[in-house]
Design a protein around this ligand. Structure first.
Ligand code: G16
Length: 566
């Protein structure tokens, strides 16, 4: 009894102490956005500390399962920093804790923070103040930003503010690596960085071994230049590229000291939005397949340097990566159920595609023409991932290159039993067996916790070799409708409220009518606006039948946003 009281006192003391050490900066107001908290790195210590404290609380609540936090501002400029929280399954933190994350981050003083935590723990039935053994564990990762180390200290102190919580610093990592480690640790499988690399390298090799002998490709088709955004993705790729047999990888903007600034004139966000070659690429690269990662390597786009003199690129965005994955998976499922014409129990496989309003209309039309089920969610992998989990195989991608393929455990079990059965019949050369093995290898390769540029590009490369496709073949799957994305600075972006997976504005009143009026002036016009959850801007997206029309539609809607809210 006395010991319990001591622990309780100790818990209160620690919470008050950490809140005094990391006070809310004057005038600051943090908001849990699309992927956690983000702001200028120099102002983030209190938010990171409190997010880490929350991660420890979440681990206590979930019976000590490992929870993760990554210190990163992903695609944002190098001066920014932020924090993403990973749940025990490796996915983004359950949205039902976001309101508490917001309140905690904005607690004005130590006493308010203490009361908030105690009340929340009571409401949620979280047993606080248990000493003597580890009741919580939080895995920490960070990207290469200069403020990373200082924010790591804030995070460690946040975790240590919960009695019994243990912080495990996993070092400098890509965001998807940390999510993968959290998931693996909770599944009781090996979870180190070298285990992650081994899984990638082995499953990629297995997929290449299953490429039909008449496919594959020549030396040029094996060459890939990767723009690492001067971030952590390039660093990690340099570490493993020699082991990726079957590929000749050159890394530019690799994150080496002095090579360039993180995300500046390079990286997936830059290439996808500006559609020009990133820093370090030139007409000498014409004809070579190129890929771009973002600052924390959870986004991936592909491009070709175009022969035009304006630095433009032929872009393959997340929609076309998704389409390639969908085609490949559909094909393997068809091979399995066809079974060379012999009757066979088809695998129960509900294949679902998840997109957002940013998906190019041509991609959705293409996917539907394959007979696939396509559904939409608001922006943010936290929404897409959750939706994709409803399927046996759920493929989700945002146009910006964030996405993955999720395989349900039931489906994997069915595949395993099918391949065991075929093996026992010594039927390992059959098309059916090979298709089952390809799906198994793909499920090992592609990150099951979150979108991962490194595992994503390896799956792309394996599929291109399997199909014997050039970049051009891939591009020609369908033609994108011309589109334009703009950012508008307004006084308060939260004044915009959207519905219908962000395709309509419900507030401020009158704005949707203005947008509709503009859309009506353009053939195949489509346009929507939404407040960003990672930058202090309103985003405007427009599509139309010509580039000039898409530009003009986006511009006129941006003007309406500016005059109503600017
Ligand atoms: C984050 C999210 C993505 C989202 C992007 C842009 O990406 O993880 O799902 O698409 O922000 O969000 P918004 O338009 O709200 O600014 P990242 O790569 O920055 O972590």
């Amino acid at each position: 009894m006395a010991a319990d009281q001591d622990h309780e006192q100790e818990q209160r003391r620690r919470l008050l102490a950490v809140a005094s050490r990391f006070p809310l900066p004057n005038g600051a107001r943090f908001s849990y956005g699309t992927a956690g908290f983000r702001a200028d790195g120099a102002t983030m210590a209190s938010a990171v500390c409190r997010a880490a404290l929350l991660a420890a609380l979440r681990s206590v609540k979930l019976a000590g399962a490992a929870v993760g936090i990554v210190i990163t501002a992903s695609h944002n400029p190098v001066r920014d920093n932020g924090v993403k929280i990973a749940d025990p399954d490796g996915g983004m933190m359950d949205q039902c804790w976001e309101p508490f994350a917001d309140t905690l981050a904005n607690a004005p003083d130590p006493d308010a923070l203490l009361q908030l935590v105690l009340q929340f723990a009571k409401d949620e039935g979280i047993p606080l103040g248990r000493g003597g053994h580890h009741t919580a564990q939080v895995l920490l990762g960070r990207d290469t930003r200069p403020t990373g180390e200082y924010l790591l200290d804030a995070a460690l102190q946040g975790i240590n503010a919960i009695v019994g919580a243990r912080a495990i610093d996993m070092g400098i990592l890509t965001t998807p690596q940390l999510h993968w480690m959290v998931r693996s640790k909770n599944k009781g499988i090996k979870a180190s960085e070298s285990d992650y690399f081994t899984q990638l390298i082995d499953s990629f090799r297995r997929l290449l071994e299953l490429v039909p002998k008449d496919k594959g490709g020549d030396d040029l088709s094996k060459k890939l230049i990767v723009d690492g955004a001067n971030g952590i993705g390039g660093v990690k790729l340099e570490q493993i590229k020699a082991e990726l047999s079957g590929l000749n990888i050159i890394v530019r903007n690799s994150g080496k000291e002095g090579e360039g600034i993180l995300n500046h004139m390079c990286g997936a966000d830059f290439v996808q939005k500006e559609r020009v070659t990133p820093h370090g690429f030139s007409p000498d690269d014409i004809g070579v397949r190129c890929a771009s990662l973002d600052g924390d390597a959870d986004r991936l786009v592909y491009f070709h340097v175009s022969s035009a003199s304006n630095n433009s690129v032929a872009l393959v965005d997340g929609d076309k990566i998704l389409s390639l994955f969908a085609l490949f998976i559909r094909e393997q499922l068809d091979i399995i159920s066809d079974n060379g014409g012999q009757a066979n129990k088809p695998l129960p496989s509900r294949l679902g595609i998840v997109q957002t309003a940013y998906a190019n209309g041509a991609s959705t039309k293409f996917l539907k023409s394959l007979g696939l089920e396509v559904v939409f969610t608001p922006t943010g992998v936290k929404y897409l991932h959750k939706k994709a989990l409803e399927y046996d195989i759920g493929i989700y991608f945002e146009a910006n290159g964030h996405g993955t393929v999720l395989f349900s455990e039931d489906f994997i079990a069915q595949l395993e039993s099918l391949s065991n059965e075929l093996c026992s019949r010594a039927d390992t050369v059959s098309a059916q067996y090979q298709a089952a093995m390809r799906l198994m290898a793909a499920s090992q390769l592609i990150n099951q916790a979150v979108g991962d540029a490194l595992s994503g590009f390896l799956l792309v490369e394996a599929i291109l070799q399997y199909k014997g496709w050039s970049f051009q073949n891939w591009c020609e799957l369908y033609s994108d409708l011309p589109s334009r994305q703009l950012k508008v600075k307004v006084i308060d972006r939260t004044a915009i409220i959207t519905t219908d997976a962000e395709t309509k504005v419900s507030q401020p009143s009158g704005l949707q009518e203005l947008i509709d009026m503009e859309i009506a002036n353009y053939a195949h016009g489509r346009c929507f606006v939404r407040p960003s959850g990672t930058e202090d801007v309103v985003r405007v997206y427009a599509e139309a039948s010509t580039q000039e029309a898409a530009d003009s539609l986006a511009k006129s809607v941006a003007c309406h946003v500016e005059s109503l809210l600017g």
